[in-house]
Design a protein around this ligand. Structure first.
Ligand SMILES: *Cc1c(COP(=O)(O)O)cnc(C)c1O
Ligand code: SF4
Length: 334
């Protein structure tokens, strides 16, 4: 017999998969039969923001294809080191919008809680690649500061768990937070922004499902997939389990050169997501963060792609094309 206490300390299956992620660019390229590409992976880019990608995500990449849309999202390339005017360290003004440890207040009614700085995958275009989130996470100090800040502001009706990836925290840790938030009468909705159900579907285990089922608020889960190939049967099963908790599932994507900048890729992303029970929410113009300039699509082309998508799909499969502008009261439609 294993005593219950020591059982709860056992790493979960998803945590083992997390730790087993590929972190060496040479190993990644070797797995895909692309060893020659290693010459284009500079140590400096890896030092800035290390490679990290779960093995199940690698398994969804096409071997032998240097242009694979999933590989492009995670492989550090020399393109990142070319200086690009207008691409900064704090592209979305998060530095100015901090409202206490781990809480970002930008929009009416909503508070974004930076639950943790960690992610299971490192996306090269991510605006968080330079932000000191590790020092700003709300989980530090048992959530006390973040919970007090939410409690003190009756204008907050929705808390958004974000990060990093909030589901990188143990479920017991998440439950600790929601227990502390539950007594606050002004909270009416909970939202979770997470890429984990897509990149590490093992994360959606019985324990997570049980936690979601007991929450006292309607829950929205905004996942993040940029290409239809990110969905497979394991991801479908994870989404089905999330939907089974009663949560609303939405997707946000980033418009990325060489990943999804075609009508076909964007339409397939919406259609494939819908098959998994996920509706499109936002299609973001890239945040102009240093190191990501080679992913940028200019506004004229973004608008043309979006117009083509509107002509191609039912309205409910067309995401809102937006950009985040520091100081605005909402995401700004293009
Ligand atoms: C994007 C964002 C939100 C959520 O905006 P919605 O339009 O409600 O999805 C909230 N807070 C911050 C700081 C954000 O960046
Ligand atoms: S999962 Fe989200 S927060 Fe994490 S690196 Fe990717 S885009 Fe950034």
């Amino acid at each position: 017999m294993i005593p219950a206490a020591s059982l709860s300390m056992q790493p979960r299956r998803w945590q083992l998969a997390w730790r087993d992620a590929v972190r060496d660019p040479r190993e990644l390229l070797g797995l895909l039969g692309l060893d020659a590409l290693a010459a284009r992976v500079p140590d400096a880019a890896c030092a800035q923001f290390p490679l990290r990608v779960p093995r199940s995500f690698v398994a969804r990449m096409r071997p032998g294809d240097p242009a694979d849309p999933l590989l492009r999202q995670v492989l550090p390339l020399d393109d990142e080191l070319r200086p690009a005017p207008g691409f900064d360290l704090d592209a979305v003004g998060d530095g100015a919008a901090r409202a206490g440890r781990g809480l970002i207040r930008k929009y009416r009614g909503r508070a974004l809680l930076v639950a943790t700085g960690s992610c299971a995958v490192h996306c090269r275009y991510c605006f968080r690649r330079h932000f000191p989130y590790a020092e700003e996470t709300a989980a530090a100090g048992g959530w006390r500061d973040a919970v007090s800040a939410v409690a003190a502001d009756p204008g907050i009706d929705e808390v958004i768990l974000s990060g990093g990836d909030p589901l990188s925290l143990a479920t017991t840790k998440l439950a600790e937070l929601t227990r502390a938030l539950a007594p606050l009468a002004h909270l009416r909705r909970l939202r979770i922004h997470t890429r984990l159900p897509v990149v590490l579907p093992e994360r959606v285990d019985d324990e997570l499902v049980a936690w979601l089922t007991t929450l006292p608020w309607p829950v929205t889960i905004v996942v993040h997939a940029n290409h239809g190939n990110e969905f497979d049967t394991d991801v479908d099963a994870a989404m089905a389990r999330l939907r089974g908790t009663g949560a609303t599932l939405l997707n946000q994507a980033v418009l990325l050169r060489g990943v999804n900048d075609s009508l076909d890729a964007l339409a397939t992303l919406s259609e494939r997501g819908f098959e998994a029970g996920v509706l499109p929410y936002y299609l973001h113009q890239l945040d102009r963060v240093a190191g990501a300039a080679h992913f940028e699509i200019d506004d004229a082309r973004a608008l043309a792609l979006h117009a083509a998508l509107r002509d191609h799909l039912p309205g409910y499969l067309v995401p809102r094309l937006v950009r985040e502008v520091a100081g605005d009261g909402s995401k700004r439609p293009l």
